[in-house]
Design a protein around this ligand. Structure first.
Ligand code: NAI
Length: 702
């Protein structure tokens, strides 16, 4: 028998557990509640002890144990950590999904750790809590894996701020086991003796529940819904009936450390306790079960992203080559290691990776680090960057190439293997980093700006390819003081340009809550806005039956170039659909459907381009327009021997004169008022040669 190493990362569940208020009360009684804390025991206004959530483990753990193929003869519950996202309702259903997150090898005779992570949701899909449980397997060590990273919790060297005494009953395990853990060790005399104990022992999770009650009593009395995190290590067995003390040290706002001791011999039975509490912000963005890769995270923006992700519960791969600003040099482990240390000091989890993202192997290696350390990857922030500025004519191929390799190719090399994992699991968040220089241009940065806009193109298509796998891809254009900008931005501005003022946007865009994909956002100085490639409505000037000429483009230029009414498109197919839609209408209606003329002057601007020379052979005519009202004026068109001239003003000898108000004229030109109706209703008056006025429709295709 050996651990099934292939089981790491495989999904377990969803496992479901329906519960009623009686289950919540039974658990409360199992962990020592009674008349002294009736809120937990009386269905009227019942409050649920958050540690009741561990009852989901009784469904999840058996699957974890069988999938991992752990040797059941030597297992103990080593550690338990829970993050609470919402108060647990007094009745409902727990829906739990998770996986074996990792194995750690302590050595042949020392055993192995099997880490199981799960998330539990209610029936509405709201996440209730995240659990990270460690099974210590005495008999499975020596399989050649890595040892667990050291997690030292330093209890302050002073008396605890609170000591809560409790007296678990001799019969306590008999009540507690009814919540789900029916292992014989806690009930069967002979089994306990065989396992080397005098008699059945307390469930570690029962003592854990006593401690949770004690922590709530002292730190958030009457408000169990404020418990946010409860973590600990089980260190010694305890017999039922022995008094215990929960020792509590307040270490920070909303944080305490704790342990439980056997009151008879002062032995620590639960250690390394962490308790976090406070208002659970309603829509807090958390990454508790997520694994994030941040490239170039050894400094600048990447460092701040990595720290913020870790503070919010993500396990982070801190990638950084540690090279020079222009990407030269051998690189150094220092920057990535330093950020990993910072994260660990905050109680977070992180691992360093020193690869250059600028090669396919480098990119693969970054993703491998995530898989080896944490079993999966949920988030990639493509952030690594270098600069090699030169004006275009001085830009040698190697400086062009180096910048494209880090920014554009680097994003490709890292994102591709990561996206394969995301596709498999049906979840992913990818962030590209562009730049205002790329979006809008910057002197001396052709290599950089080309790479940065290339990333926008990469995003545009990944958005489409990732959509059906719940992979969202967005792009940030940051502005912040860093090594890259220290000599580009004015020094007085640099002090205000903290990367922390950019990070909230990056964090939101890689969160579960992010609703958008395929978008670009500027972020800097705490200002955020969306940048987009927009397309104006333009004009339909011809079609396959009537090929337009460049002069017609000139004639319609105002409308072609106008961004009024511009919109964004999510794909090339969408814009082609729009164009085909416009073309499928009759030419006049199509032009109208795209914009319609909005001013009388526009019509006369377009007239020359709309002139059909072929229809004017032998024609000699002068049309005078007198347009009254706001926006009106006088224009005339001279058509002679196939040529046309349009001018403002009045002609001395017009062939015919058309008089109409500006509003009616626009309606006429926009197809809303048929010419005949305009004439018969008196809106259009024609003086002079009425018959020749009918040539207008043939001579101009407006
Ligand atoms: P920074 O120089 O402080 O950080 C970039 C990090 O990337 C460095 O630690 C560097 O060692 C690392 N790196 C460089 N090449 C690498 C490679 N091949 N593999 C792995 N790591 C590598 O710069 P900053 O300002 O934090 O830049 C982060 C990103 O934001 C870059 O993509 C940059 O182009 C972009 N950006 C920054 C702006 C700003 O105002 N700081 C403006 C617009 C974009």
């Amino acid at each position: 028998m050996a651990l099934n190493l292939d089981a790491v990362g495989k999904t377990i569940g969803p496992v479901r557990r329906k519960y009623s208020w009686k289950d919540a009360v039974l658990y409360a009684l199992g962990v020592g509640a009674g008349f002294s804390d009736l809120d937990y025991c009386y269905e009227k206004d019942l409050k649920v002890i958050p540690s009741f959530g561990i009852t989901t483990l009784y469904d999840f753990m058996p699957q974890l144990l069988s999938n991992s193929n752990v040797n059941l003869a030597g297992i103990l519950h080593g550690e338990q950590e829970m993050f609470f996202h919402r108060p647990i309702p007094p009745e409902g259903e727990f829906i739990t999904e998770g996986r074996i997150a990792n194995y750690y090898d302590k050595g042949k005779k020392k055993g192995a750790l099997v880490i199981g992570k799960s998330e539990t949701f209610d029936l509405n899909g709201q996440k209730l809590f995240t659990s990270i449980g460690t099974v210590f397997s005495r008999l499975d060590g020596g399989f050649g894996g890595e040892d667990a990273p050291k997690k030292e919790i330093t209890i302050p060297d002073r008396d605890p701020d609170f000591v809560v005494e409790a007296q678990p009953l001799e019969d306590q395990p008999l009540i507690f086991r009814l919540s789900g853990d029916v292992f014989q060790l806690h009930v069967d005399q002979e089994f306990a003796k065989m396992a080397g104990f005098e008699k059945p022992i307390m469930h570690g999770l029962c003592t854990h529940g006593f401690a949770c009650r004690a922590l709530i009593e002292k730190l958030v009395p009457g408000e169990p819904e404020k418990v946010r995190r409860l973590a600990c290590r089980f260190t010694k067995p305890l017999y039922p009936g022995i008094n215990i003390k929960t020792l509590i040290w307040k270490t920070d706002d909303g944080q305490a450390l704790w342990r439980v001791v056997n009151s008879e011999n002062e032995e620590v039975v639960i250690d390394n306790g962490i308790f976090e509490y406070g208002e659970i912000p309603k829509d807090e963005i958390r990454f508790d079960d997520r694994v994030a890769i941040v490239t170039g995270a050894g400094a600048g923006l990447g460092r701040v992203y990595a720290l913020e992700l870790a503070k919010r519960g993500a396990k982070v791969v801190v990638n950084d080559l540690g090279g020079a600003r222009d990407g030269s040099g051998k690189g150094s482990k220092g920057p990535a290691d330093k950020v990993v240390d910072e994260i660990k000091a905050l109680g977070g989890e992180a691992v360093a990776n020193y690869n250059s993202v600028a090669t396919p192997e480098g990119g693969e290696g970054v993703v491998k680090t995530a898989l080896d350390a944490f079993g999966t990857v949920d988030i990639v922030i493509n952030n690594a960057g270098i600069l090699r500025d030169k004006s275009f004519l001085k830009m040698e191929p190697q400086n062009w190439q180096a910048v494209l390799d880090v920014h554009l190719n680097g994003a490709y090399y890292v994102t591709r293997p990561a996206m394969a994992v995301m596709k498999e699991k049906g979840y992913g968040r990818i962030l590209m980093t562009t730049s205002a220089a790329g979006l809008y241009g910057n002197f001396g940065q052709t290599n950089y700006t080309a790479a940065k806009m290339g990333l926008v193109g990469l995003m545009n298509t990944l958005e489409l390819e990732g959509e059906k796998y719940n992979i969202k891809v967005n792009t940030i254009a940051p502005v912040a003081a860093s090594r890259l900008t220290e000599d580009i931005l004015p020094p007085e501005l640099l002090d205000n340009l903290k990367p922390e003022l950019v990070a909230p946007m990056a964090i939101y865009l890689v969160s579960e809550q992010c609703p958008v994909s395929g978008n670009i956002y500027n972020a800097g100085l705490g200002c955020f806005n969306r940048a987009a490639i927009v397309t104006g409505p333009g004009a339909v000037v011809g079609d396959s039956s009537e090929i337009p000429n460049p002069e017609q483009v000139v004639a319609h230029w105002k409308r072609i170039a106008d961004l009024k009414g511009a919109k964004t498109y999510q794909s090339a197919a969408e814009i082609i659909g729009d164009v085909l839609g416009a073309l499928s209408k009759p030419a006049m209606a199509a032009a109208e459907s795209v914009t319609g003329f909005t001013s009388v002057a526009d019509v006369f601007d377009a007239m020359l381009g709309a002139f059909v020379a072929g229809a004017a052979a032998g024609v000699d005519v002068i049309f005078q327009y007198i347009i009254s009202g706001d926006g009106g004026g006088d224009w005339f068109c001279v058509v002679k021997d196939g040529s046309c001239q349009v001018e403002a003003g009045t002609h001395a000898k017009p062939t015919c004169t058309l008089k109409i108000s500006a509003g009616d004229f626009l309606d006429l030109m926009n197809g809303k008022l048929p010419a005949m109706q305009a004439y018969t209703s008196g809106k259009l008056k024609i003086e002079g040669d009425i018959v020749k006025s009918q040539l207008i429709e043939k001579l101009f295709k407006l």
